[in-house]
Each structure stands twice: as structure tokens, then as C-alpha cells.
Design a protein around this ligand. Structure first.
Ligand code: EAX
Length: 327
């Protein structure tokens, strides 16, 4: 009887130690982004959460902070630098303010299609740019995806660059985009994404530009009537971690985060493809007028001055490499 009791006592003790050990050791990771729950970014965060929990046997628990719950993309990136948030998926919108080497990716009409963009970002050039980002008190884990950006507005159909004249178009907080829309004759208004819907509703701005996954997940048809499929820039996403989290991880754990980031990228790209396949019909179904036949060359010419300014400031090395890689 005594022997049985002591066995029970020991196993209860062992169990509570391990439970106490694992409970104590669980780390909560806030993962922020600006788009809606179940959007393309959200699918990535959810896939990351599942993978990192599996690999870490439940040690790492991801808490998704969607829809700008923790601020716009610039706030989120600053949060990583001060350690107030652990993980972020962001566009390159404000990233150039932290790592100017990435501004080349924001040049309009740089990438000819998704395949070209993905293969370049998944390759040597993409790795080099991730390394540059990681030199700026950030940990760049992987290039994800936002999509090709298009223009919406509430005033009139945009068929040619002339139709952009004087329109107050919200842009990301990005010097290259501001330059491009200024050159095309619009009046660009840089603004954090969480503020855009209300600003459109109150007609502080006339329009905005974003990929189909963002336009659909933000229900833009409620505040915008016209969509023009310019595809004027490929918008990458980037998965970032905070250095203060990173330095606490073992080499094995760092490998888990990189593996989970790759799984997240695949999930986001899959959602982008689904949104691209059905998004335009969905928007038309909600009453938006869609201009599909767009004179891309006219828009390419209209935003051309942005290249001159960029090259004057940053040179054309990386630009030429990206262009050559698509020949
Ligand atoms: O990254 O700010 C933007 O327009 C971005 O496309 C959005 O935050 C998703």
C-alpha cells in the first residue's frame, strides 16, 4: 500500500512539475497587421501560429492583432524596434523610412507579373534586401505578398492618367509612391491604412490604391464607386520580428520561426491568388464600376519621373539587376 501511494505521489509531483514547467515557459507572441481578420495577411498569421505551436510543442502561442489593432504599419515597425510587439506582417509602404534600400521595390511597373516578383524576392536579390532590413534594428524573416495595386475612387471612372488630375488619392507613407502620383497629376495624401476607410467615408480624400485582397477585405465598395485595374505596382509583404524577441531564442528556435515564416508566406500567396480569381467579380457584384481595359503604357509614362528621382537619390544598381532578372 505504502509503495503504491509513493508511486502515485511521485507521478503526481512529476506531472505538476512538467505542467508547471511548460505553463511557465509558454511565450505569447503578438503578431500585428493592418488588414482584416481572415484576409490574405491573416491567413499567413494563422498558418504561422499553427506551425510555431507545433514545432515548439506549444511553447510559442501567437496572438493575432489584426485590422490595425496596434496601429498602422509604421507604428507596428517602430513597435518591433522598441520591443512592444513581437511579430509583424507589413507592406513595404513605410519600410523605406527604416531601410531605404527597399524603396526600389516600390517603383511602379517594376515587376511584370506575380511569377517574376515571387522568384526574384525568393532569390538572391530578395535575400540581400532582407539582410539590409535586418541592419536596421529589425529581424527580416521573409518576403510575403500584398499584391498588384489598383486605383479606386468615388468621383469618376479613371480611364487614363488625365482622369487622375487633381484627385486626392491616399498613398502609403512612401516617397516613391508620393512622387509617382504627383508626377501623374494626382494630389497624393500619405496616410496610415487604419485611417483610410473613415477618410474616404468623410470624403477627406477621393480615392486610394491597394491590391484586390485589401480592397475586398476592407469592404471598400461601401465608400468607393470606381476601380481601375492599373496594376501600377507590385506590393510585397514582409514578415518581421523584434530583435528583443530574437535575441532570446536558441538557434533551434530561430529555425522554427524561419520555417513558420515560410509556411505563412505560402498561405498568404494562396489567399492572394484566390482573391485575385474572384475579387473583381465580387466588387462588381457590390456595385463598383470596374475599368479592366487600361492603357498601361500611358500610366507607365505618367509615373516615369519617379524613376529619375529614384535613380538620382539611390543609383540604379539594384534596379538594373531586378530589370535584367526579368528579361
Ligand atoms: O499592407 O497601407 C496600405 O495600403 C497597405 O497595402 C496595407 O496596409 C496592407
Amino acid at each position: 500500500m505504502f509503495r503504491f501511494r509513493s508511486i502515485v505521489a511521485v507521478s503526481v509531483l512529476a506531472l505538476s512539475v512538467s505542467l508547471a514547467g511548460s505553463a511557465m515557459a509558454q511565450t505569447v507572441l503578438n503578431f500585428g497587421h493592418t488588414t482584416a481578420q481572415n484576409s490574405h495577411y491573416s491567413m499567413g498569421v494563422q498558418a504561422f501560429a499553427k506551425k510555431i505551436s507545433e514545432l515548439s510543442d506549444g511553447k510559442f502561442e501567437v496572438r493575432e492583432q489584426a485590422a490595425g489593432a496596434l496601429g498602422g504599419e509604421r507604428d507596428l515597425i517602430e513597435g518591433l524596434q522598441i520591443g512592444s510587439i513581437e511579430l509583424v506582417i507589413s507592406s513595404t509602404g513605410p519600410l523605406g523610412n527604416f531601410a531605404p534600400e527597399t524603396l526600389v521595390l516600390d517603383l511602379p511597373f517594376l515587376f511584370k507579373d506575380y511569377e517574376a516578383a515571387r522568384s526574384i524576392l525568393d532569390g538572391e536579390i530578395g535575400d540581400e534586401l532582407l539582410a539590409k532590413v535586418s541592419e536596421n534594428n529589425l529581424v527580416a524573416l521573409a518576403w510575403s505578398e500584398n499584391g498588384f495595386r489598383h486605383i479606386t475612387n468615388s468621383k469618376h471612372a479613371i480611364n487614363t492618367p488625365a482622369d487622375l488630375q487633381g484627385l486626392k488619392i491616399r498613398t502609403m507613407e512612401n516617397a516613391v509612391h508620393i512622387e509617382a502620383f504627383t508626377a501623374a497629376g494626382a494630389s497624393p495624401t500619405p496616410m496610415a491604412f487604419p485611417e483610410v476607410f473613415a477618410a474616404l467615408q468623410q470624403q477627406v480624400i477621393d480615392g486610394q490604391e491597394n491590391p484586390i485582397p485589401v480592397i475586398t477585405s476592407a469592404n471598400m465598395w461601401e465608400v468607393q464607386d470606381h476601380l481601375t485595374l492599373t496594376g501600377h505596382v507590385y506590393s510585397p509583404g514582409i514578415i518581421l520580428a523584434s530583435p528583443s524577441l530574437w535575441e532570446t531564442l536558441s538557434e533551434e528556435e530561430k529555425g522554427w520561426f524561419e520555417e513558420a515564416a515560410d509556411v505563412a508566406v505560402a498561405a498568404t500567396r494562396k489567399k492572394v491568388e484566390e482573391d485575385e480569381a474572384g475579387g473583381v467579380d465580387k466588387l462588381r457584384g457590390h456595385g463598383m464600376e470596374v475599368i479592366e481595359k487600361v492603357d498601361v503604357d500611358a500610366f507607365r509614362e505618367a509615373v516615369g519621373p519617379a524613376y529619375k528621382t529614384f535613380i538620382a537619390k539611390h543609383g540604379d544598381d539594384m534596379l538594373t539587376r531586378i530589370q535584367d532578372a526579368q528579361k
